[in-house]
Design a binder for this molecule. Structure first.
Ligand SMILES: Nc1ncnc2c1ncn2[C@@H]1O[C@H](COP(=O)(O)OP(=O)(O)O)[C@@H](O)[C@H]1O
Length: 172
């Protein structure tokens, strides 16, 4: 998917609105860090008026975590606090939730799940330039190669319709 192309952007939303009775759809955008979730979600949100919820940012701003993981250089997310924080917004509908995991979200929240992937060497460069190294870098690249996010979607969101996109990097 070219995330700057309005046709492919709107296709995701059209498919979501068809699926359930909510007035506005809730879409989960998942994939390994660096695959383009935040970039794509914010473009879709801008084009559609849906609310973009970047879960990592929400966790930092609202302290929805159990401290800092020194090994992986990230917060240890408190899944219960995150779900409590999101529940009312998800009930209302009209959200694009952007997170690399999906297995702790209630499946009833979502009308569509979108899994993003990108080329592994591009992903490696993006994560390196983001400062990832050592186990954190290896872990994420291995996760992408073994399609972890895809598999998690399969087991955690098995009844929800879904799309998989290999995001085409735009030329700079
Ligand atoms: N389609 C794209 N083409 C080129 N660069 C992209 C594309 N999507 C994302 N990027 C770049 O890749 C990097 C990671 O994107 P980001 O949206 O932050 O990924 P994620 O949210 O999955 O961690 C950013 O520097 C972003 O500008």
């Amino acid at each position: 998917m070219d995330s700057r192309n309005p046709n492919s952007v709107f296709r995701v939303i059209e498919m979501a609105t068809e699926d359930r009775g909510r007035q506005k759809p809730n879409v989960l955008v998942t994939g390994t860090p660096g695959t383009g979730k935040t970039t794509t979600s914010s473009l879709v949100a801008e084009a559609t008026g849906l609310r973009h919820i970047e879960v990592g940012d929400l966790v930092r701003r609202k302290n929805l975590h159990n401290g800092w993981d020194e090994n992986f250089d990230c917060h240890v997310i408190n899944e219960d606090l995150v779900c409590d924080e999101l529940e009312d917004m998800m009930y209302e509908g009209g959200n694009i939730v952007d997170y690399h995991g999906c297995d702790f979200f209630p499946e009833r929240w979502f009308d569509r799940v979108v899994v993003l992937q990108t080329n592994n060497s591009i992903l490696h460069d993006r994560l390196t330039s983001r400062g990832y190294s050592g186990a954190k870098l290896t872990n994420n690249i291995e996760c992408e190669i073994s399609k972890c996010c895809w598999k998690r979607r399969e087991s955690a969101m098995r009844r929800t319709s879904w799309s998989h996109y290999r995001v085409t990097p735009w030329k700079i």
